[in-house]
Design a protein around this ligand. Structure first.
Ligand code: PLP
Length: 387
């Protein structure tokens, strides 16, 4: 083959988690009895709700009987799940129609594929620091990227740029900084997008973690957002589906560029959807299992709150942890995130994620995840408090 996609070569080598793993393995080999606390990776630790497991097994049984067997499902997902998703939006005060829901195997793939809706030359804006998928997948497709700095002085919220991009990714509650948009902070983005013809891609993968009344759970809580917005969401963090895989993207038919029909075309061309038993499990997570899933989210948020309070008491400067399971900690003596990562590993046996892994503006910060077991979080709080 003569030509490969040169944009793949241009991608920053994603060494973040492999570098963390390498450093951790080296340390563990040198100190085999060390009790390492893993607060680096943002994966969940609670098992699936029993209603979800029941639905998964029952649907598996259905697949094994001639009368109830199902082959290919509808390209957009089964109506029973799209209805359950739409009902979950109605509870948040966002009137989403089931027709506008596209079921997928999670938010990551959808976030990564949405730039296909745009002309490949068009500029895509992302926050810095950022969940790396947005920037890397836009880069892979050859889009120029505009970075929107999110700094301590602006509370880690981006400012509306002077240059007008074709699309902007916004993530709330945010990974990695843990902050979430209020209605007042998000409303100017919607008005600006309407006025300047900008597509807003809103990632609400952590919507179930919102605790503060004034913070949004969905872009579609804002009037006018359906015209210019698309939302990606997932059951990974709200229902423990990181291993099961199910999410969705909402592309309203009101979209002013006709993106609903184009996304339908794209999806039916490129995917045959999500396994029937997984869609039944997802339906259960949003209906009869919802209370159990909410209890698990509450568990993680209690851990976040416990960690936050202990660290504040110990004098750390930190952000997030109130509407998201992530704490964004400033390094105490102006070290880089990687330097403090090394210190925490060697002196406290705690694994964190260096802020530099999320963008240049992440330098001087680390991310701690509260998604692990409570005992680990309590022990991490104790070790970090003993300064
Ligand atoms: N969006 C954000 C902001 C995330 O942090 C993650 C996972 O960590 C995802 C999307 C991916 O979610 P999913 O497991 O649904 O692909």
């Amino acid at each position: 083959m003569k030509k490969v996609n040169a944009h793949l070569h241009a991608l920053h080598k994603s060494y973040l988690f492999s570098e963390i793993a390498r450093k951790t393995q080296e340390y563990q080999a040198a100190f085999p009895s060390a009790q390492l606390l893993r607060l680096g990776i943002g994966d969940v630790s609670r098992p699936l709700a029993s209603a979800v497991v029941r639905a998964l097994c029952a649907a598996g049984e259905e697949m094994g009987r001639t009368e109830t067997f199902r082959g290919y499902g509808p390209a957009q997902g089964y109506p029973f799940l799209r209805e359950a998703v739409a009902a979950s939006y109605r509870k948040m005060g966002a009137g989403i129609d089931a027709e506008d829901v596209f079921v997928s195997d999670g938010a990551k793939g959808d976030c990564a594929s949405l730039p296909e809706l745009l002309d490949f030359q068009s500029v895509i804006a992302v926050c810095d620091p950022v969940y790396p998928v947005y920037a890397d997948s836009a880069r892979m497709a050859g889009h120029p990227i505009l970075f929107l700095p999110c700094r301590e002085e602006n509370g880690f919220f981006p400012e509306i740029p002077e240059e007008t991009p074709a699309a902007v990714y916004l993530c709330s509650p945010n990974n990695p900084t843990g902050v979430a948009f209020s209605h007042e902070q998000l409303a100017p983005w919607v008005s600006w997008a309407q006025k300047n013809n900008v597509l807003l891609i809103f990632d609400s993968a952590y919507r179930d973690y919102v605790r503060s009344k004034d913070r949004v759970g969905s872009l579609f809580e804002l009037p006018g957002a359906k015209e210019i917005g698309i939302e990606c969401c997932s059951l990974s963090k709200g229902a423990g589906f990181t291993g099961l895989r199910c999410g969705w993207t909402v592309v309203p038919r009101e979209n002013r560029w006709g993106l609903h029909d184009l996304w339908l075309k794209r999806q039916s061309t490129k995917t045959n959807g999500v396994a029937y038993p997984v869609q039944r499990a997802a339906e259960a997570a949003l209906t009869e299992g919802a209370a159990d899933c909410a209890r698990d989210v509450a568990y993680y948020m209690e851990s976040a709150s416990l960690l936050r309070q202990s660290l504040e008491k110990a004098g750390y400067t930190l952000f997030g942890g109130e509407d998201a399971p992530y704490l964004w900690l400033k390094t105490p003596q102006g070290q880089s995130g990687w330097e403090w990562f090394d210190t925490l590993l060697k002196e406290k046996q705690i694994i964190s994620t260096p802020g530099e892994g999320f963008g240049t503006q992440g330098a001087g910060f680390i991310r701690l995840s509260a998604l692990g077991a409570r005992e680990e979080i309590e022990e991490a709080a104790r070790r970090l408090s003993a300064r």
